[in-house]
Design a protein around this ligand. Structure first.
Ligand code: MRU
Length: 364
C-alpha cells in the first residue's frame, strides 16, 4: 500500500541483515517512523506495546520473532523459550498461536544448525501468503459490495460502508482484511464512502483507519463509536464489514470492543454485517466464543486518559475523569454467529455456521 506516496508493507524484511522493519503504529498518524526488529525481545515488545497490532500482523511479527530467537539459540530449549515469550504477548488474536505453531512445525524436526535459516524462509512465506490471502478476501467481499450497490435505489450514490477498529493494511502485511474490498472497490471506480468509528480507547479507527483511507484517497467520515446505531437506524449505512481476531468453529467472532453493538444494530435494521477473516484466524479447537475466547484485559489508564500531541509535537496523555476513577477495559467482545451475515475468507464467503465451516475446513 502507499504511504506518503511510496509502496510499502507494514512489515518488511531486510534480507542483508535478516531483520524486520515495522512502522511504529503507536506514533501514527502524526509520525511515520520505521523501526528495526532484530531480536526475540524486540519482536515481543513490539507486539506487547502495540507498535504492531491487528491479528495477521501480530502473527507475521511473531514469525520473525521465532527466527530471531532461533538465530540466538537454535536448541530445543531456545525454540520453546521463543515460542513461550511470544505466545505470552497478547491473548486474543489466534493468528499469534497459528504462526508460532507453523514455525515450530517447520523447524522442530530439523537439526539445530538448520533451524534459523528455515525459520527465516518460513517467516517470509507467511508474509507473502498474507498479502495474497488479503487480496483474495477483498476480491470476494467486493462481489458482495457490488450486489448491495446494485440493489440501491440510487445506484449512483456511493456505497456507505461502516467499519470498526483497524482491519486495513496496518493490521496485516498488506491490503488488510475488512478494508481490502474497500481499496479494491475504490480502485475499480465503485463509489465508496466509509464510516470510520474512532474505536475508543486506543483509537485505531481515528488514528489508523482514517490514516490509511486518507493516504489512499478513499472518502471517509469519522464518527464516535456511539454514533453507529443512529446511522444504521437512519438508513445511512449499506453494509458493515469488520475484521476479527478469532472465529470459532461455530462462527462466533471476537473483534475489537464495540463490534458486538454494531452487529446488534445492523441486525435490527436489516443491514448486512460481514466479517472478513483469513482461515488463519479460525480457531478450529473451540465452538462457543463467549465461553472460550480469551478476552484481553487492558490498562484502565487507556480509558481514564486521552492521548494527544502538544504544540511542540510531543505525546501527552490528559486525565478525563476524577482522580482515582476505576475503569474496566476489555479489549475485545464476541459477536455470536447468528448476527453475522457471512464470513468472507480467502476461499469465498461462508455462512457463519458450524456446517459451513466444516465444509470449508474439509477443503483446506
Ligand atoms: O487491539 P488491536 O488493535 O490489535 O485489535 C485489532 C482488531 O481488533 C482488528 O479488527 C482485528 O485484529 C482484525 S485485523 C485484520
Amino acid at each position: 500500500m502507499k504511504i506518503h506516496g511510496q509502496l510499502r508493507r507494514s512489515i518488511e524484511a531486510d534480507h542483508s541483515k535478516q531483520t524486520a522493519q515495522i512502522i511504529d503504529q503507536t506514533l501514527l498518524p502524526h509520525h511515520v517512523e520505521w523501526r528495526e526488529l532484530s531480536t526475540l525481545e524486540d519482536a515481543a515488545e513490539a507486539i506487547k506495546v502495540m507498535r504492531v497490532r491487528g491479528a495477521p500482523l501480530i502473527g507475521a511479527t511473531a514469525a520473525y520473532g521465532m527466527f530471531f530467537g532461533l538465530r540466538a539459540d537454535a536448541s530445543d530449549a531456545g525454540l520453546h523459550q521463543a515460542y513461550d515469550v511470544l505466545h505470552a504477548t497478547r491473548p486474543t488474536a489466534v493468528n499469534l498461536r497459528w504462526a508460532l505453531d507453523r514455525m515450530k512445525r517447520t523447524v522442530e524436526p530439523l537439526s539445530p544448525e538448520k533451524r534459523a535459516e528455515a525459520a527465516w524462509e518460513e517467516a517470509l512465506a507467511i508474509c507473502e501468503e498474507d498479502v495474497k490471502t488479503n487480496h483474495a478476501i477483498g476480491r470476494h467481499a467486493l462481489e458482495l459490495f457490488r450486489e448491495i450497490q446494485a440493489r440501491k435505489s440510487d445506484p449512483d450514490a456511493p456505497l456507505n460502508v461502516m467499519t470498526h477498529c483497524n482491519a486495513g493494511w496496518l493490521a496485516t502485511v498488506d491490503w488488510g482484511t475488512a478494508i481490502s474490498p474497500i481499496y479494491q472497490a475504490h480502485d475499480a471506480g465503485l463509489k465508496v464512502h466509509v464510516w470510520v468509528s474512532e474505536t475508543r480507547p486506543r483509537g485505531q479507527g481515528a488514528s489508523l483507519t482514517a490514516f490509511e483511507l486518507k493516504e489512499h484517497g478513499v472518502p471517509y467520515t469519522l464518527i464516535v463509536d456511539n454514533n453507529a446505531g443512529h446511522l444504521l437506524q437512519r438508513g445511512l449505512v449499506d453494509v458493515v464489514i469488520v475484521g476479527t481476531d478469532r472465529v470459532t468453529a461455530h462462527g462466533d467472532v471476537a473483534n475489537k470492543i464495540g463490534t458486538y453493538l454494531k452487529a446488534l444494530a445492523a441486525k435490527a435494521h436489516d443491514v448486512p454485517f460481514y466479517v472478513a477473516t483469513p482461515v488463519s484466524t479460525i480457531d478450529w479447537t473451540i465452538a462457543d466464543g463467549v465461553r472460550d475466547i480469551p478476552i484481553e484485559q487492558r490498562s484502565s489508564r487507556e480509558v481514564t486518559h486521552m492521548p494527544g500531541l502538544t504544540d511542540q509535537g510531543n505525546r501527552e496523555e490528559v486525565l478525563i475523569t476524577p482522580e482515582g476513577t476505576q475503569a474496566r477495559n476489555d479489549g475485545f467482545d464476541v459477536t455470536p454467529a447468528a448476527l453475522v451475515t457471512a464470513l468472507v475468507t480467502e476461499h469465498g464467503a461462508y455462512p457463519a455456521t458450524a456446517a459451513a465451516l466444516q465444509e470449508l475446513q474439509a477443503k483446506l
